[in-house]
Structures are given as structure tokens and as C-alpha cells.
Design a protein around this ligand. Structure first.
Ligand SMILES: Cc1cc2nc3c(=O)[nH]c(=O)nc-3n(C[C@H](O)[C@H](O)[C@H](O)COP(=O)(O)OP(=O)(O)OC[C@H]3O[C@@H](n4cnc5c(N)ncnc54)[C@H](O)[C@@H]3O)c2cc1C
Length: 157
């Protein structure tokens, strides 16, 4: 979801979306949502989460941006790994002589990865790409398990 859409959403719009999504939730979770909506003293509010723009410069002299400060994408399952891999790459950079070329290369490679992973997460998170049936979820679980066994749990980012 882009920043403008997220900020323009009203609580009621969010409830409507939640209600539509909750049709596929387990009964216990649906009940919690229902209870929240019907219980007088329960306060429900939404906090917009959206993608920020990736800055053009990730460094200034000896100051570097990594993690969400460099690529503020919304939740999508990649942010934490990308942040840790940025940190690893930065450690590699700092153990060598800090050159203009090294800094530029750090920014170029990390930015390319962040953009590609961020965009693919966004695509996956679109409502039309969500898994909504039990058998598809089971199939995904089986495929992920096979992938995990083949790659010993490692996914290259
Ligand atoms: C709702 C939600 C769900 C998410 N789910 C997932 C998920 O399932 N998988 C995944 O990989 N990622 C997920 N993410 C993204 C993930 O949380 C972030 O990508 C990751 O935490 C980024 O790490 P970071 O260290 O760059 O930033 P942060 O984790 O935000 O760390 C920054 C730290 O700096 C501190 N700080 C800020 N300003 C100052 C200051 N002036 N002085 C001192 N300290 C300061 C903050 O308090 C914070 O502790 C999710 C994010 C959200 C919001």
C-alpha cells in the first residue's frame, strides 16, 4: 500500500478490509475481532504502515544508512533479513580501507538487493496474491519444507 492510500484510510475502511479478510481466518480469531467490535470499552485504532522512498545516498563520509533507515518497506517478511545482511556487508566494508569506490559499491549492491526484495514482497502482499484456500496453504507449506530441506534452511538474499 502506498503512503497516500495508507494515510487516507479511515478506521471504518480498515474495519471493512479486516472483515473481508477475516472470512478466511480461524474461527477463534474471527471471534476476537467480533468481540473487539462489539465490546463497548474496547478501543480499536489503526496505524498506517506504508513504503517510504529509498534515499539516493546511503552514506555521507563515515556515516552509513542500513536497515529500515535505508529501505523503509512495509512488513513483508524481508526487512529483518535485509537489515542484518546490510550490517554484515557494512562490517565487511569497515574492515578494509574505506575508499570512495568501496562506499559506492556498498550502496549500489545493497540498494539493488533492497529494491528487488522490497518490490517482490510488495507484489506478494497484494490482496489478489494472498493465499485464501486451505489446500493452497498446505501446498505452500509442503513446497517451503522441500525448499528448506534442499537448501538446508538457507535462502540467499
Ligand atoms: C508490523 C510490522 C511487522 C513486520 N514483520 C516483519 C516480519 O515478519 N519479518 C521481517 O523480516 N520483517 C518484518 N518487519 C520489518 C522489520 O521489523 C524491520 O525491517 C526491521 O526491524 C528493521 O530493523 P532496523 O534495525 O533497520 O530498524 P528498527 O528495528 O526499527 O531499529 C531501529 C532502532 O533504533 C531506535 N531509534 C530510533 N531513533 C533513535 C534515536 N534517535 N536514538 C536512539 N535510538 C533510536 C528505535 O527505537 C529502534 O529500536 C515488520 C515491521 C512491522 C512494522
Amino acid at each position: 500500500m502506498d503512503e497516500k492510500t495508507a494515510k487516507n484510510m479511515k478506521d471504518q475502511d480498515v474495519y471493512k478490509l479486516l472483515l473481508a479478510k477475516s472470512k478466511h481466518w480461524p474461527a477463534a480469531l474471527q471471534q476476537i475481532l467480533k468481540t473487539c467490535q462489539t465490546t463497548k470499552n474496547t478501543v480499536m485504532y489503526h496505524q498506517p504502515v506504508y513504503n517510504g522512498n529509498i534515499p539516493e545516498n546511503w552514506y555521507n563520509d563515515r556515516l552509513f544508512l542500513i536497515g529500515d533507515a535505508a529501505h523503509p518497506y512495509g512488513p513483508g517478511g524481508q526487512g529483518m533479513s535485509l537489515a542484518m545482511l546490510d550490517a554484515e556487508a557494512l562490517c565487511g566494508l569497515l574492515t578494509q580501507e574505506l575508499t570512495a569506490e568501496g562506499k559506492e559499491n556498498f550502496q549500489k549492491t545493497r540498494m539493488a538487493i533492497a529494491k528487488s526484495k522490497g518490490e517482490s514482497s510488495e507484489e506478494r502482499n497484494k490482496p489478489e496474491n494472498q493465499i485464501s484456500s486451505k489446500w493452497k496453504l498446505t501446498l505452500k507449506g509442503v513446497l517451503m519444507r522441500i525448499y528448506q530441506l534442499i537448501n538446508a534452511g538457507k535462502i540467499e538474499l
